[in-house]
Design a protein. Structure first.
Length: 219
């Protein structure tokens, strides 16, 4: 049975992007179900609830199994498709990858709030709070440290593209969209990510969307 991944708007839904990219970039087959977010249409809201009781996307459905969190989806996919190597094989590197993924999953709230994902937004800088600037610095520190440690293995955070890269993928868009200055090594990693075919595919589809969510256009 083919996996089914329920996602929201590509233009805005950073959480949908993460597992979608992890699956697509690693050639894990899945059927995609798109449900528009933040509409007034009760049909859309009920449709999401028909897939997951959380009422949120993304959600991965595998027969009778439903997983409704981005990081949990990638953990499930890693167990089902070990050949994809979503996590590094080496135990120490795997622990490191999971640690930075969990940090991304639960942190950086100032950056999230001040620099929402919006692929349609014209590129341009805004004034960031001290907290958001600290978030930017910490993320660059993570990327540079990973590239310093594992750069011999390949161009991504742990060599080959994996779950940790997928977790940081929406941040690449945020940094680009809000013209945030990057250290050279962090900027090189962003270029690597943007050149990934699956990343480019998501971006093209997001730019092609016409649905506008007004509350996300205020920034």
């Amino acid at each position: 049975m083919t996996l089914k991944l329920v996602i929201g708007n590509r233009n805005y839904s950073s959480w949908s992007m993460r597992p979608w990219l992890a699956l697509r970039a690693n050639n894990i087959p899945f059927d995609e179900v798109f449900v528009p977010l933040y509409t007034e249409d009760e049909t859309d809201k009920n449709r999401i609830l028909s897939f997951t009781p959380s009422g949120k996307v993304p959600a991965l459905i595998d027969g009778d199994v439903t997983i409704w969190d981005s990081l949990a989806i990638m953990e499930y996919a890693a167990e089902c498709f070990p050949e994809a190597r979503l996590w590094p094989e080496d135990r120490a590197r795997r622990a490191h990858a999971r640690s930075i993924s969990a940090e991304m999953h639960s942190g950086f709230m100032a950056l999230r709030n001040e620099c929402g994902m919006n692929l349609h937004r014209p590129v341009g800088a805004i004034e960031l709070s001290d907290e958001a600037r600290a978030n930017v610095a910490r993320i660059q520190e993570i990327w540079i440290d990973c590239r310093k440690r594992h750069g011999k293995l390949g161009p991504f955070l742990f060599g080959a593209f994996g779950a940790a890269d997928a977790m940081f993928a929406p941040v690449v868009h945020r940094f680009r969209t809000y013209a945030i200055a990057m250290e050279p090594e962090a900027g090189a990693y962003m270029e690597t990510m943007m050149a990934l075919p699956a990343f480019a595919e998501w971006t093209r589809a997001g730019l092609a969307e016409t649905l506008v969510i007004k509350k996300f256009e205020a920034i």
